[in-house]
Write a protein that binds this ligand. Structure first.
Ligand code: GLN
Length: 283
């Protein structure tokens, strides 16, 4: 508007030159007007309408595999643990009710891709392959793949496990990163065999009964499992260090941004660390 009246006023004095200037300025004026109008149509929190869509209106649906203590496990018929608490804090920030769906670890990605769940929180490691399927938020914790053996085992290090001709049988939870790495390093390299279980605890039982020679799994569940089964120990050797993050649908960008921002805030203000400290004592 300012441009137009300035041109008009000047027009009284300078005839033709002004007409040309008008032609040049008109698109500019239109652009300003249009961009101001566009601001008004951006997603806003009006009339209960948020700028994002969830699987179930008003709810944040979390997909997990509640067999991974202390991140997620069943307690009193409900899913408890670090991930459940972090999800609750995110849901609260977004004004949503948290709903937790317990499923096979394998099924979490599909639930996210199909829009049946909004957020996958399952001590899930960020890997390049998974990044093809889902979007990962910022990382909220570090995990370490460790090796669990019987107390009197001949396997004392990662080198022993990968030794030529050793032919060990390694127990893992199916499709976890423990499975991924040992399949590549041991099975595909012809150095041994991998036995895959749907639960980490089942792999531990297989170790106890001698069906497998060791189990490769994340350090925190490893501690939880070993504390409950006699005669097992965790080797000092770290197989690999990883980052845990929440997985989300790749297309639902608005929800991804909202969740990622909420999680970042919860990390920054110390909420996430407080939750983790309640379950994991520093050592
Ligand atoms: N961190 C491992 C992975 O992402 C294991 C996760 C789990 O079993 N819940 O594969």
């Amino acid at each position: 508007m300012m441009y137009v009246s300035a041109i008009r006023m000047a027009g009284h004095r300078k005839g033709k030159v002004i007409k040309m200037k008008k032609l040049i300025l008109l698109p500019l004026v239109l652009a300003v007007v249009l961009s101001v109008a566009a601001c008004g149509t951006e997603p806003q929190e009006s009339g209960g309408q948020r700028g994002f869509k969830t699987a179930v209106e008003g709810k944040l649906t979390m997909a997990t595999n509640a067999a991974f203590p202390p991140y997620e496990y069943i307690e009193g018929g409900k899913v408890a643990g670090i991930d459940a608490e972090i999800a609750a804090a995110i849901a609260e920030k977004l004004g949503l009710e948290l709903q937790i769906d317990d499923m096979e670890f394998d099924s979490i990605t599909e639930a996210l891709k199909g829009g049946k769940a909004d957020i996958g929180l399952a001590g899930m490691t960020v890997t390049p392959d998974r990044q093809e399927e889902v979007n990962f938020t910022v990382s909220y914790a570090t995990g370490v793949q460790v090796i669990i053996v019987k107390e009197d085992s001949a396997i004392k290090s990662l080198e022993d496990l990968k030794a030529q001709g050793a032919n060990h049988v390694v127990g893992v939870q199916r499709n976890t990163t423990g499975d991924l790495y040992t399949t590549k390093d041991i099975e595909n390299a012809g150095l041994g065999k991998i036995d895959r279980y749907s639960k980490g605890a089942d792999a531990i039982q297989a170790l106890k009964t001698g069906k497998v020679d060791c189990v490769v799994i994340d350090n925190e569940p490893a501690k939880a499992f070993v504390s409950e089964v006699e005669g097992l120990k965790i080797l000092e050797t770290e197989y690999i260090i990883e980052e845990y993050a929440a997985a989300m649908n790749k297309e639902n960008i608005e929800l991804y941004e909202a969740v990622n921002t909420a999680l970042q805030e919860l990390i920054q203000d110390g909420t996430v660390q407080t939750i983790i400290d309640r379950y994991i004592t520093a050592n």
